[in-house]
Design a binder for this molecule. Structure first.
Ligand code: KE4
Length: 429
């Protein structure tokens, strides 16, 4: 496959941008080879600068629930940008956006728009610290909550992929208040709570993790976590930047049947534009400036252009709850195809899937926690990734990520992907 134009652009990009990319996971570092420069997307596919077309399963790392450039989002953008893209003053569409989020997520009483998932999670933690007057937080090894200093300790996603789960540049001071527990291990949380009585402001978790590959909380664990937070007066924050409006209309909190005190969002709620949000109980959110003393701000927060795209996406979700049945059908079809291939090849690689978010791990047996996940053969994943690319299927360029299906992935796309999956595994095994 000719990728010469991407090679030229990548060489040029590295002269001006660290690693030639504006976000590390795009650099293909863990799978090797040259990152493909994409020039346009349409529906379930996008095309690189050498006009190679791919069925896209990253969907911009989650935002494209409806595929690339769905008409209702492009039309909303066209109508909006002619009136001005940002005013730095309140606009009516910000109320519509907040209202629809409150309507769709029962645990949200008040919500604040920001510009990324990172901003959402760091602001939620600050709100919890301001509300409780406590300083420590608990996060889980392998979970990724964006790149705020105090999260980059044993983090997932790119931090895990590049083997720097604890990033240089994060000071001992900012790391000191971050305690690490083990995902799906309630005892590891209880131990930290007992050892830090009355000092823990919040526990932040990806209730269905997507940054160490896909791993769901067990029922016992997540319900135990809710009870522990109630008993200890700890704010429970669900980081649903990836799972919000992805795994169900009500997100992971609907799938798991557990109500957090706060939730963070991103990705899908921006319809592909930079939007994040954090929200939850009124008594916590009323701590946020200007109504409360906890400061948080953003020049472009809630700007009308991003709100237009995000609102169009959420309106589509609100008006068409049936899309989640269709997403489930497509994802189940693909999962069955993959599992049948694995059987034919005599491999029982772990496959975890919740709704239209899934991951196949290059390790045999079940993957139920971080330790299981990191037993995966990442080198083999890299070879598989490139084989799939050569078959016109674009997956996450790293084992510890998720694969996303959109409402516009056709049966033809899925059949082509299942075939490519079989050929690729046969070639690398
Ligand atoms: P952003 O700041 O990248 O918008 O969101 C950070 C974030 C927070 N919480 C969760 C659960 C997330 O998955 C993310 C971002 N996800 C990664 C993909 N695993 C973004 C891809 C990238 O870093 O380029």
């Amino acid at each position: 496959m000719d990728i010469s134009k991407s090679e030229l652009l990548f060489a040029e990009a590295q002269k001006y941008i660290p690693g030639g990319v504006n976000s590390p996971v795009r650099a293909f570092k863990s799978v090797g080879g040259t990152p493909l420069f994409i020039k346009e997307g349409k529906g379930s596919k996008f095309v690189d600068v050498n006009d190679n077309s791919y069925i896209d399963y990253i969907g911009s790392w989650g935002p494209h629930l409806f595929g690339h450039n769905p008409p209702f989002i492009t039309e909303a953008l066209e109508e909006s940008f002619r009136k001005g893209v940002s005013f730095g003053a309140p606009t009516a569409i910000e109320i519509e956006m907040a209202k629809i989020m409150v309507d769709l997520i029962p645990s949200i009483e008040l919500i604040r728009m920001v510009n990324s998932g990172t901003e959402a999670t760091m602001s939620a933690v600050r709100a919890a610290r301001g509300y409780t007057g406590r300083e420590k937080i608990i996060k889980f090894e392998g979970c990724y909550h964006g790149h705020a200093d105090f999260f980059l300790i044993k983090a997932g996603s790119g931090a895990l992929t590049f083997g720097e789960p604890t990033s240089p540049g994060v000071t001992k001071g900012s790391a000191a208040d971050t305690l690490i527990a083990d995902f799906n291990d309630l005892e590891s949380v209880q131990k930290l709570a007992d050892a830090n009585k009355g000092e823990i402001a919040a526990i932040i978790i990806e209730p269905i993790a997507g940054n160490m590959g896909v791993i769901s909380s067990s029922d016992v664990f997540i319900k135990g976590l809710r009870k522990l937070c109630d008993d200890e007066g700890i704010v429970l924050i669900f980081d649903e930047v990836m799972t919000g409006f992805r795994v169900a209309r009500g997100g992971a909190q609907e799938v798991l049947g557990v109500t957090p005190d706060m939730t963070t969002f991103g990705k899908i709620i921006g319809g592909g534009l930079p939007v994040g949000a954090y929200g939850g109980k009124r008594e916590i959110m009323n701590k946020i400036s200007p109504v409360g003393p906890v400061y948080q701000a953003g020049t472009l927060s809630g700007n009308p252009l991003a709100m237009a795209a995000g609102y169009a996406a959420l309106k589509q979700i609100q008006d068409n709850p049936g899309i989640y049945d269709s997403l489930e059908e497509k994802a189940l079809y693909l999962e069955k195809g993959f599992k049948s291939n694995l059987e034919k090849l005599g491999k029982n690689f772990a496959m975890n899937r919740i709704g239209s978010m899934s991951c196949m791990f290059f390790t045999e047996g079940e993957v139920k926690n971080y330790k299981d996940a990191v037993s995966s053969d990442t080198a083999l994943y890299g070879k598989y990734f490139h084989e799939m690319l050569n078959h016109g299927v674009y997956l996450a360029p790293a084992q510890f990520e998720a694969m996303f299906i959109s409402t516009v992935h056709s049966t033809e796309d899925l059949d082509k992907t299942i075939k490519a999956h079989y050929e690729s595994l046969k070639a690398v095994l």
